[in-house]
Ligand binder design. Sequence first.
Ligand SMILES: [Zn+2]
Length: 426
Amino acid sequence: MFVSPQLPTRHQSAVGVRRRVLALLAIVLALVLCAPMTPALANPTEEKSAVDERVEELQQEHEGLTEELARVVAEMEAAEEKMPDAEDAVSEASDELEEAQRKDEELGARLTSAENAEKDLREEIDEGADQIEDSEKSVVGVARRAYQNSGVTSDVAMLLQMAESDSGMDGLTRVDSAVRSQQRTITRLGERRAANISNQNRLDAIADEISDLKDEAAEVVLAKESAERAARDAKDELDSLISQKDSAAKTIEENQASTAEELEKQKEEQERLADQIREWQEDNGDGNRTLPGDGFLKNPAPGYPITSHYGWRTHPIAGVRRLHSGTDFGVPCGTEVHASADGVVVSSGGAGGYGNRVVISHGKSNGASIATTYNHNTRNLVRAGQSVKQGDAISISGTTGASTGCHLHFEVMQNGSYVNPMDWIS
Ligand SMILES: [Zn+2]
């Protein structure tokens, strides 16, 4: 039904009226289709549990990085502590090498000069030998010539004449004197030659000794060279260890910074979702209903022992301290799990580490929005949107998700935050 804004005149054709009616109908239809319908808001609980998990992961990652960083920095510091010793060792080895090289060079110089002296001496000895030979020839020649002139014809006669040198013969006296002079020369040369040979022997021995020392010095140089190389290698290794640890530390710090940033974002998201859950609970869980106070929730697994309380503890899988967000009941797998109170199922399904999870909103209690969660179920018996009564079987217990064995991980959320369930169970 609609009212035309204009009364049709008799000039308007029936077709025209029908066209206007259709157009108006179309507008009304469009308005109806576009009108805001009752908001079917998506339940943010599952989204929040994914964010919760991400926050926990990031926190663990951050803690892990902190530990790793501490370890790497400690290793770097340990390496840096060793550095002065390594540098001293290099400098010591380098000094020792220099000393060995200096000694080797010095012995080399001494050996060269000893060898040169020996060579000179050998030349002198050879020269002396030549001179002796020449002198001997000359003595024999002089004597022979003298005796030939004096009529003595044989060497035997010459020697006889020499023995009787006081004969007063002028020629013989001259000869005698010349021969004696020559003989003195020969004797002198012979003595010098003998001394030289003895000197040469001594020099030989010295050169041998120096040569041995030089060989030893060369060996010491080789040993010191390898010691110096080893010290240098050790220092280089330490250097590269330090720079390796330094860059590892930088990488970890960068990772840590980005983890912290991501963690901050996820925490904000967590808070945003917690607010959203509160709103959702108000909108969907009869926010005006007043429920009894503490203790209005019933034990979801009566008769089973509590195996782990709500609170801080060391996580059995992750091995780090974190909040245990609920109470664990030692329920065997396959046992029915019961709704703690009347309410509306806000989510039911797989939720990461929680495994199969049921979340029930119970509306408000003393002004606070209360929800309960039932985790690690083998399977869930309810679906999102379904109303449940206190004590209804809502799931079959299990060990799905991050769980080490059959149990029920039961949580209570007050205004979107986890609180100790035992404060709420009557
Ligand atoms: Zn638990």
